[in-house]
Design a protein around this ligand. Structure first.
Ligand code: FAD
Length: 410
């Protein structure tokens, strides 16, 4: 059936939506393709939004996946600034905010995620900002001029990346985190402590184990109240407390949703005419043997490619070891795998070294890895994880034994 679809409609023109549209054409899909997105920009990558774009090192256009002309040249009806408001699955059409309806044979949902909002008294103050899209990044960049006091709420990746850029731009930066160390959701404590030391060395005042209770206006600034009775003054407050998937369209249409649109490894939802890819999915990963939701460049890129090929008539599943990276100051941290807990750790080098790698082990098998300024270990580390076999842990811990050799042996 997929091979004969006449019109594929993609809702959400972010990273996954843009990649999917281009892939449909590369895969030889000759029917109509419509790409609808709420944002005014062509599909783009988000990693620079908390790094190079925020730092003012690149123009907005550098974030675009393709130049605007690409879409018309490839017969893709790209409609920026349009929001889908409902899916009529029985009639196979999508309603737009402007009252129009757009029919489809196959629908791809790539609606992504949005920044989770701070739920605190006073959090609606205009000095409280978020960082998800290009406009957020440009607005925050503006606010970082002139050495303001910025408080970053949440020591996750986006908050820490923004803190690093803000320091470089001369802002006075405080990071407030309720957990005892940064990155606790995704990294072992040792890595969180390493990142905490990195930020402190670069002049960030990092306060861990601190809960906020309220934000109060104070002239041109605000004061953040903490549960331990302290007050922190800020000209700007950046809330980096995670993202939530844009599932409302799917949910209202009766598609299966579990903190993400539920799909199989081919991107299929419980409706054979509706697919999903990117941050919005809770997809089955055959390598891990479970469903998961990811917020990562790799997933937006490669899941979108895999799902678009299936929609164009292919039959290959999306099955990759999850991978993520972050850049802060002179540190490049990469993570492979998505462990529910880190289990036993096996270190190749240590946090005192300039570069090192650490594996998370379950039942003698590597299930996750972190490379710190050691990206060349990433590919063999992912191979070791993908093999799901036990390894000799003493050899794994020996930096003289090449990971490539272990990956070949295991
Ligand atoms: C600031 C930032 C930095 C990041 N840095 C890294 C990094 O260093 N490394 C890494 O691996 N990952 C990083 N990521 C994660 C990665 O960029 C995301 O996982 C990726 O953008 C997800 O792509 P997506 O297409 O699924 O969603 P999105 O890019 O969010 O796109 C979804 C699009 O759908 C649109 N939309 C939603 N609802 C509707 C609707 N009803 N109608 C029409 N349009 C709609 C939205 O406006 C949006 O444009 C970062 C993310 C952010 C926000």
């Amino acid at each position: 059936m997929n091979g004969t679809a006449r019109h594929i409609l993609i809702v959400g023109a972010g990273h996954a939506g843009g990649v999917a549209a281009a892939t449909l054409r590369q895969a030889g899909f000759a029917g109509a393709v419509t790409l609808i997105g709420s944002e005014p920009y062509p599909p783009h990558e988000r990693p620079p939004l908390s790094k190079e774009l925020l730092a003012g090192a690149i123009p907005v256009e550098k974030t675009f996946l393709k130049p605007l002309a690409f879409y018309a040249e490839n017969g893709i009806a790209f409609r920026p600034g349009e929001t889908a408001t409902a899916i009529d699955r029985a009639a196979r059409r999508v309603e737009l905010a402007n009252g129009e309806t757009v029919p489809y044979d196959l629908l791809l949902l790539t609606t992504g995620a949005r920044a989770r909002r701070l739920a605190l008294p006073g959090a609606d103050d205009r000095r409280v900002v978020y960082l998800r899209d290009i406009r957020d990044s440009l607005a925050l960049r503006e606010r970082l001029t002139g050495g303001p006091r910025i408080v970053v709420v949440g020591a996750g990746f986006i908050g820490l990346e923004a803190a690093a850029v803000a320091r470089k731009r001369g802002a006075a930066v405080t990071v407030v985190e309720v957990q005892p160390a940064p990155l606790q959701r995704v990294c072992p404590t040792e890595i969180g402590d390493f990142m905490a030391a990195l930020h402190r060395r670069n002049g960030v005042e990092l306060r861990t184990g601190v809960a906020l209770t309220a934000i109060e206006p104070d002239g041109d600034a605000v004061v953040l109240r903490t549960a331990d009775g302290n007050a922190i003054a800020a000209d700007v407050v950046l809330a980096g407390i995670g993202a939530q998937p844009n599932i409302e369209l799917a949910q209202a249409a009766g598609l299966a949703v579990e903190d993400g649109v539920v799909t199989d490894e081919f991107g299929r939802t419980n409706d054979p005419h509706v697919f999903a890819a990117g941050d919005v999915t809770r997809h089955y990963n055959p390598l891990l043997g479970r469903k998961l939701r990811l917020e990562a460049w790799q997933n937006a890129q490669n899941q979108a490619i895999a799902v678009a090929k299936v929609m164009a008539g292919g039959d290959q599943p999306y099955a990759e070891v999850p991978w993520f990276w972050t850049d802060q100051y002179d540190v490049n941290l990469q993570i492979a795998g998505a462990p529910e807990r880190w289990g036993t750790l096996v270190w190749r080098g240590g946090t005192g070294d300039k570069a090192f790698t650490v594996f998370g082990i379950e039942d003698g098998r590597p299930v996750a890895a972190i490379t710190m300024n050691n990206g060349r270990d990433m590919r063999p580390a992912r191979e070791l994880i993908a093999r799901r076999r036990t390894v000799d842990l003493a050899r794994l811990a020996d930096p003289k034994v090449k990971l490539q050799d272990l990956a070949r042996e295991s």
